[in-house]
Write a protein that binds this ligand. Structure first.
Ligand code: BGC
Length: 763
C-alpha cells in the first residue's frame, strides 16, 4: 500500500500508513480528539460536499482537498478517480479521509428496474438483493455512500420523480425502506463491500403541490405522521447512516431551513445522530425561496436548522467563518455537524483504512464496464417480477412462438430507455431492448418484424427539453422521417403479422427530476400510432415503458393485452420476452394507483372516510365524486393479473375479540385454478371502524407473496396484534383505540373480502 503521511488520533503521530495496521481509537474518542485539534476552517471544510465534474479542475480539487477544505465528493465513480483524491486528503494537516458518494438508485453498473418497478415485485428479498448487488458494485468502484433510497410517498403521478419512489403506500414503502438500507449497508457499515445509505428527500418531497417539482408542500401534522414520515423513520430504524434534506418547503419553511424538521423531529424526537446533507445547491436556494436576503443569512438558517454538509454549494465555506466570529452561529453547531461527518467516516471504516473500498491500484479493473462485472442473472430475475399484467382479454398472452409478430413502437428498440432515469453507471450499450429480447427468445421459431412506427413525441419543444436534461448524450433521438412515412411502414409490417406488440410510453427523461407533466396520457404521436394499429383488427398487445402511472382509458378499452414494464433495466428485454412468451408467469402488483385522468388526482386507495361518500351504483348526487367520469382508479393499488387464475377464500379469524398483548390469527386459502404455476400476493388490509380521528377506508398492514403450482391450494396465515391497530391521534400520540376493526383480504386493494373483530379495552 502507498506510504502516506497520515496524521491521526494523537497530535503528534506522523506515520507511514499501512492499511489495516493502525487500529483507530474508539469512535467518540477519535471524534473528540479531532474536534479538539481542528481549526475552524478545517471543520468547515468537512461540511463541504462537492460534485466532481463541475467547474473545478481535478488538480484544483486535489489542492482544495489537501488544504482540508473538502469533506466528501460525489459523481466520480472509479477507483482510479477516487484514489488520488483520497491521497490528497491524507496529505492534509490532519489527514482526515474523504468519503465518495454517488446516486446509486436502482443498481450501479447493473441497472435494475426503477423504484416503481422494484416495488411492483412486492418481493422484499429481491429488492434487498438488488440493493446488495448495487452496493457490491459501487464499493468495488471505490464508492462509500449513495444518496438513496428515495422514500418519498408519491401519490401524484404528475411528479416526474414518482419513478424513483416506491409508490403511494406508507407500509409497503416502509418495509422496502428497511430492506433497501439492509441491502446497501449490510449489518456493519464498515463492510468493504457495502455502502452507506443516505435516505432522501427529507421530507415530504413527494407531496409537492400539483406534482410540480420543487413546489411547496403544505400538510397537516396528522397526515405527515400517518402517511408520509413512516418510510424515512423505518429506514433510520434500520440504521441508515445519512439523510438528505428535501428541496421543498414544508408549511412555509424550506426544509433546508426548517429547525422543526431537522432538529425537533429528526434529531430530538427520532434520535438520529448520523450525517445530514443538503440537496444540490439547496442552501443558496434559501435566497430564492425568499427566507434569506443573502448568502450569509442562508447559511445561518441552514446550519442552525441542522443541515450538516452543504452539497455543491460554497456558501458554508464563504460565510461560516464570519458568522462564527460575529457570534451569529455558535461553534457548537458546527462541531455537532462535523462530529456527524466524522462519525459517518468512522462507521464506514475509513479511519481504519481510507482505501477500504478504493483498494490497491494493482487490483483495479482493467475495464470498469466489463461484462464480467455485471450481475445479469439477478437483473433478469428481478426485472421479470417487476412486470405487471394490466389486461389480458381472451388470453391474448402469452404469445405463441412460431407465428409472425409485428413489434412496433418508439420504445421497442431504445436501449437508453430500458435504463430509466438515475441509472447511475448503467450503460445503454449494455441494455437488452425488447426487440433484442424477443428476437433472442424466438430464435429460429417464428418471425419478428419491426418498425419504429412513431417518435416518442413529435413536440419539438418537449424533445428539446428532454435533450437538455444533462445526460452525457441526447436523450431522445428523433427519427427524421415524417410521421406519415413511419406510420405507413408500421402498417405494412403489421399487415404481415398475426399479432401486434406495441412498445409505447415515455422516454425515460419524461419521468425524471424536473419532468413534471400536466397530462398522463401517451403523447399524441403514439396515440395516433395505436389507433392506426387498432384499425388493422389484429390482436394488439401493449408493452408500456413509463415512470409514472398513465391515464390509459383508450388503451384499456382497445388493447387486447397490456403489460406495464416501467423501465426494467439492462435485462429488461429478456425479462419482458419471457413474460410475453409465457416462460414466466407475471406476478407484479401495482404499488401506486392508476387514475383515469389527471383530474382524478389524488387517487390513492387509502383515502380517509367522508361524510358523503360516493356509493357504487348510485347516481351520486350530493356525494363526493366527479360527475362526468367513473369513480375510483382505472387500476387500483395492489392490482396485477397472472396467466393463472387465483382464488382467495374469505378470511377466517381465530377470535373475534382481542386485548392488547393478544393476537388474532387470520387464515385464508389461496388456490391456483389456472393451468400453470404462478405467484400472487395476498394483501391484508385493516380498517378501524370508529376512532377519535378519521381513519382511512383501508390500510395495507401485511402481505404474502405465494407461489402455487397449477391446481394447488395453500393456506395463508397472518397475525394481527395491537401494534398494527395503532395510529396517530389528534395529539400525535401513536395509539390504538378499542372498538371494531375490519380485516380486508384481497389480491388487490379494490376487491377484498372482510371479517370483523373487536379490540377490547385494557382490563
Ligand atoms: C437531486 C438528488 C440527488 C442530488 C445529487 C439533486 O438534484 O434532487 O436526488 O441525490 O441531485 O445528484
Amino acid at each position: 500500500m502507498t506510504c502516506l503521511r497520515y496524521l491521526l488520533f494523537s497530535s503528534l503521530i506522523l506515520s507511514c500508513h499501512i492499511a489495516s495496521a493502525a487500529e483507530p481509537p474508539p469512535r467518540e474518542v477519535l471524534i473528540a480528539d479531532l474536534l479538539g485539534r481542528m481549526r475552524l476552517e478545517e471543520k468547515i471544510g468537512q461540511l463541504r460536499l462537492i460534485s466532481i465534474g463541475g467547474e473545478m479542475t481535478r488538480e484544483r480539487i486535489r489542492e482544495e482537498i489537501a488544504a482540508g477544505r473538502i469533506g466528501g465528493t460525489f459523481n466520480s465513480v472509479t477507483r482510479q478517480d477516487n484514489r488520488p483524491m483520497q491521497e490528497a486528503a491524507l496529505r492534509s494537516r490532519l489527514g482526515i479521509p474523504l468519503f465518495f458518494a454517488y446516486d446509486v438508485i436502482h443498481g450501479h453498473r447493473t441497472t435494475f428496474p426503477i423504484g416503481l418497478g422494484l416495488a411492483s415485485s412486492w418481493d422484499l428479498d429481491a429488492i434487498e438483493r438488488s440493493a446488495r448487488i448495487a452496493a457490491l458494485e459501487a464499493s468495488a468502484d471505490g464508492l462509500d455512500m449513495t444518496f438513496a433510497p428515495s422514500l418519498d410517498i408519491s401519490r401524484d403521478p404528475r411528479w416526474g420523480r414518482v419513478s424513483e419512489s416506491f409508490g403511494e403506500d406508507p407500509q409497503l414503502v416502509s418495509l422496502i425502506a428497511a430492506r433497501m438500507v439492509r441491502g446497501l449497508q449490510g449489518t456493519k457499515p464498515n463492510d468493504p463491500q457495502r455502502i452507506m445509505a443516505s435516505i432522501k428527500h427529507f421530507a415530504l418531497y413527494g407531496a409537492v403541490e400539483g406534482g410540480r417539482d420543487y413546489n411547496v408542500v403544505d400538510m397537516s401534522a396528522l397526515r405527515m405522521y400517518q402517511d408520509y414520515l413512516p418510510p424515512y423513520r423505518a429506514a433510520l430504524e434500520a440504521g441508515a447512516g445519512g439523510v438528505m434534506v428535501a428541496l421543498n418547503a414544508i408549511n412555509g419553511v424550506p426544509a433546508s431551513a426548517n429547525a422543526w424538521l431537522l432538529r425537533d423531529l429528526l434529531r430530538r424526537e427520532w434520535g438520529f445522530r448520523g450525517v445530514v446533507l443538503s440537496d444540490h445547491g439547496a442552501i443558496s436556494e434559501l435566497m430564492r425561496h425568499g427566507v434569506a436576503a443573502n448568502g450569509r443569512e442562508a447559511v445561518r438558517l441552514a446550519i442552525n436548522a441542522g443541515v450538516g454538509m452543504s452539497m455543491a454549494d460554497d456558501l458554508y465555506l464563504e460565510e461560516l467563518p464570519g458568522l462564527v466570529r460575529d457570534g451569529e452561529v455558535d461553534e457548537a453547531r458546527i462541531d455537532e455537524a462535523v462530529a456527524a461527518v466524522l462519525g459517518a467516516k468512522y462507521d464506514l471504516g475509513l479511519f481504519h483504512d481510507p482505501f477500504l473500498r478504493i483498494g490497491r491500484a494493482a487490483d483495479d479493473p482493467a475495464e470498469v464496464n466489463a461484462e464480467s462485472r455485471l450481475h445479469r442473472a439477478a437483473a433478469r430475475a428481478i426485472a421479470r417480477d417487476a412486470l405487471v399484467l394490466l389486461e389480458n382479454k381472451g388470453d391474448t398472452l402469452p404469445l405463441r412462438k412460431g407465428g409472425r409478430i409485428a413489434l412496433i413502437g418508439p420504445l421497442a428498440d431504445s436501449p437508453v430507455d430500458m435504463l430509466g432515469s438515475w441509472s447511475a453507471s448503467g450503460r445503454a450499450e449494455q441494455a437488452v431492448t425488447l426487440r433484442q429480447g424477443m428476437q433472442a427468445a424466438l430464435g429460429e421459431r417464428g418471425k419478428l418484424l419491426y418498425a419504429r412506427g412513431a417518435n416518442v413525441t413529435d413536440d419539438a419543444r418537449v424533445v428539446e427539453y428532454l435533450n437538455r436534461l444533462n445526460w452525457d448524450r441526447p436523450e431522445v433521438e428523433q427519427d427524421p422521417r415524417s410521421p406519415q412515412a413511419m406510420l405507413e411502414e408500421a402498417l405494412r409490417v403489421a399487415s404481415q403479422a398475426d399479432v401486434i406488440v406495441a412498445a409505447v410510453g415515455e422516454s425515460r427523461g419524461m419521468s425524471h427530476e424536473s419532468s413534471s407533466r400536466t397530462r398522463l396520457d401517451l403523447p399524441d404521436s403514439q396515440q395516433a400510432l395505436l389507433r392506426a394499429l387498432k384499425a388493422t383488427g389484429k390482436p394488439l398487445v401493449l408493452v408500456l415503458m413509463n415512470g409514472r402511472p398513465l391515464a390509459l382509458g383508450w388503451e384499456q378499452a382497445n388493447a387486447d393485452a397490456i403489460l406495464e414494464t416501467w423501465y426494467s433495466g439492462i435485462e429488461g428485454g429478456h425479462a419482458i420476452a419471457e413474460v410475453l412468451f409465457g416462460e414466466h408467469n407475471p406476478a407484479g402488483k401495482l404499488p401506486i394507483s392508476f387514475p383515469r385522468s389527471v383530474g382524478q388526482i389524488p387517487s390513492h386507495y387509502n383515502h380517509l372516510r367522508l361524510g358523503r361518500p360516493y356509493r357504487e351504483g348510485s347516481p351520486g348526487n350530493y356525494t363526493s365524486q366527479y360527475f362526468e367520469a367513473a369513480n375510483g382508479p382505472l387500476y387500483p393499488f395492489g392490482y396485477g393479473l397472472s396467466y393463472s387464475r387465483f382464488e382467495l377464500s374469505a378470511p377466517k379469524l381465530s377470535a373475534t375479540r382481542m386485548r392488547a398483548g393478544e393476537k388474532i390469527e387470520v387464515r385464508a386459502t389461496l388456490s391456483n385454478a389456472g393451468p400453470r404455476a404462478g405467484s400472487s400476493v395476498v394483501q391484508l388490509y385493516l380498517h378501524d371502524e370508529v376512532a377519535s380521528v378519521i381513519r382511512p377506508v383501508k390500510e395495507l398492514k401485511d402481505f404474502r407473496r405465494v407461489k402455487l403450482q397449477a391446481g394447488e391450494t395453500r393456506e395463508v396465515r397472518f397475525e394481527i396484534d395491537e401494534s398494527m391497530l395503532r395510529f396517530f391521534d389528534a395529539n400525535l400520540r401513536h395509539v390504538s383505540e378499542p372498538g371494531a376493526f375490519r380485516v380486508q383480504l384481497g389480491l388487490d386493494s379494490a376487491q377484498v373480502r372482510e371479517a370483523r373483530f373487536e379490540l377490547l379495552p385494557p382490563d
